[in-house]
Design a protein around this ligand. Structure first.
Ligand SMILES: [Fe+2]
Length: 204
């Protein structure tokens, strides 16, 4: 009868692979698990065509909403003048609401089986909102830019909401009407009132 002995180097290798389990496995690469533009249909009782159509509409609104979100932060930082404090706070409040819309839109795209646009370069290529300069602008110009961006989003959100309802995608219609359209309309009101030229102290 022979006795089984483990060579010391084998034993060491086994021990080291056990202790290596806590070591992060870095620099891993593999093929994508889903290509952009492909629908990975989930069982939500909506046909693939309806899901695909909503994903395309939502990605456009997502790219524009991400652009508007970032424009609010730019203006929050760069605003100047007599109304600095109130606009500084208002721009950040609107930014927070746009952040929530971005997440709701992106997650709706994913649950429809699509892929939400995510990175700045892809957003820049997709958005319909004009690129603002890197420099600072006067408050009325900042407000005008924001209002233009809101109107672009409102126009496309209303069209998309109707198309989603016609295709039977009530969830997308609800998100667009209840959250995207209502939030943008409210923010338009708050911004627009800053562009009404009424006297501050002496009535005319
Ligand atoms: Fe801030």
């Amino acid at each position: 009868m022979t006795t089984k002995t483990t060579h010391p180097s084998v034993k060491m290798a086994k021990n080291s692979s056990e202790t290596d389990r806590a070591r992060p496995l870095l620099h891993q690469h593999a093929r994508e698990i889903q290509a952009f533009g492909k629908i990975n249909k989930l069982p939500i009782a909506l046909d693939e065509h309806a899901c695909g159509a909503s994903v395309e509409l939502l990605n456009q609104i997502l790219a524009d909403t991400m652009t508007l979100r970032d424009m609010y932060k730019k203006h929050h930082w760069q605003v100047a003048g007599e109304t600095f404090y109130q606009l500084h706070l208002l721009f950040d409040k609107h930014y927070d609401a746009q952040v929530e819309l971005v997440d709701a839109l992106a997650e709706r795209i994913m649950l429809l089986g699509g892929i939400s646009i995510a990175m700045a370069a892809d957003v820049a290529e997709t958005t319909f909102i004009r690129r603002p300069p890197r420099g600072r602008e006067e408050a009325p110009v900042q407000l005008s830019r924001l209002l233009e961006a809101h109107e672009i989003i409102l126009k496309e959100a209303r069209t998309a909401a109707r198309q989603a309802a016609e295709a039977g995608d009530d969830g997308t219609n609800d998100l667009l009407v209840s959250e995207v359209i209502r939030t943008n309309e409210l923010q338009v009101w708050f911004l627009s009132e800053h562009l009404v030229d009424v006297p501050m102290v002496h009535a005319e």
